[in-house]
Design a protein around this ligand. Structure first.
Ligand code: ZN
Length: 96
């Protein structure tokens, strides 16, 4: 284990993107394991799940759905990892 000294709050405040790394995102680690078509479809699926949020009706595309599909393909990822990516709170989240 790397024993890196955590940033001070002052440093973190000055560099809010520091320490964010797409390798922290489990979904982006699974992505290269998919074939090319499925990588593109994964991006579309993420957009579809995001678009489906806040809709009172039952979701067509949901985190649970994507989790089930990926699991069936033999990828180990948790629903919370997918949810973090959907929320943009993962390492590769929005850069603004
Ligand atoms: Zn992500």
């Amino acid at each position: 284990m790397e024993n890196k000294k955590p940033m001070s709050l002052t440093e973190a405040f000055a560099n809010p993107k520091a320490g964010r790394d797409s390798s922290d995102c489990k979904l982006m680690r699974v992505r290269p394991e998919l074939d090319e078509d499925d990588q593109r479809t994964l991006d579309k699926a993420v957009d579809a799940i995001r678009a489906d949020l806040g809709n009172g009706k039952s979701k067509t595309y949901s985190v649970a759905w994507l989790h089930r599909v990926l699991k069936n393909l033999g990828h180990s990822i948790s629903t919370s990892s997918i949810q973090r990516h959907i929320n943009g709170s993962c390492g590769c989240g929005p850069t603004n």
